[in-house]
Write a protein that binds this ligand. Structure first.
Ligand code: OFO
Length: 165
């Protein structure tokens, strides 16, 4: 049986992952509105991955006979002034998610809950990739998107991202 603190943090993480999905869908919609369909594709795929993360937390809780009470997912509050704006916001959000997962890890460790640590290992690694991708997108934008041709090529590259379940 899961420790109550660990269980509650895992349930909260379901909400945070669905919020991430919502945030990225909102960003995808913003880019669609700007006519950048590669950026739109990239963040739509990212939203699908976030939904999958939420489902992994849910399944882990169910596998451990935990009772889940879902809570309301906040609306993404951001409005963007420029097409660069979402990119640092994404990096900041992923850093926040990393700290949230680290907090669950720390709590599980303190409880001697090695099963949950094993489950979280995938997410610890995944957050490294999430932050790296967010940094790369921001750096690529700053390096290459300074003129319409560079922005077009970056948009084309982001169009190639495919969702893999
Ligand atoms: Fe679920 O990794 Fe991003 O937020």
């Amino acid at each position: 049986m899961l420790d109550t603190k660990v269980k509650n943090l895992l349930v909260e993480q379901i909400n945070k992952e669905f919020y991430s999905a919502y945030l990225y869908l909102d960003i995808a919609d913003y880019y669609s509105d700007q006519g950048l369909m590669g950026f739109e594709n990239y963040f739509t795929v990212q939203a699908q991955e976030e939904r999958d993360h939420a489902m992994l937390f849910r399944q882990y809780l169910l596998n451990n006979s935990a009772k889940i009470t879902l809570t309301a997912v906040d609306a993404p509050a951001a409005s963007y002034e420029s097409i660069r704006d979402p990119l640092p916001a994404v990096l900041k959000h992923e850093q926040y998610i990393t700290s949230s997962i680290n907090e669950i890890y720390k709590t599980a460790f303190e409880c001697g809950d090695y099963r949950t640590l094993e489950f979280l290992n995938w997410f610890i690694k995944e957050q490294g990739e999430e932050e790296k991708n967010a940094e790369d997108n921001l750096n690529n934008y700053d390096l290459f998107a300074g003129d319409p041709k560079g922005l077009y090529l970056l948009d084309q590259e982001l169009k190639s991202r495919v969702y893999q379940a």
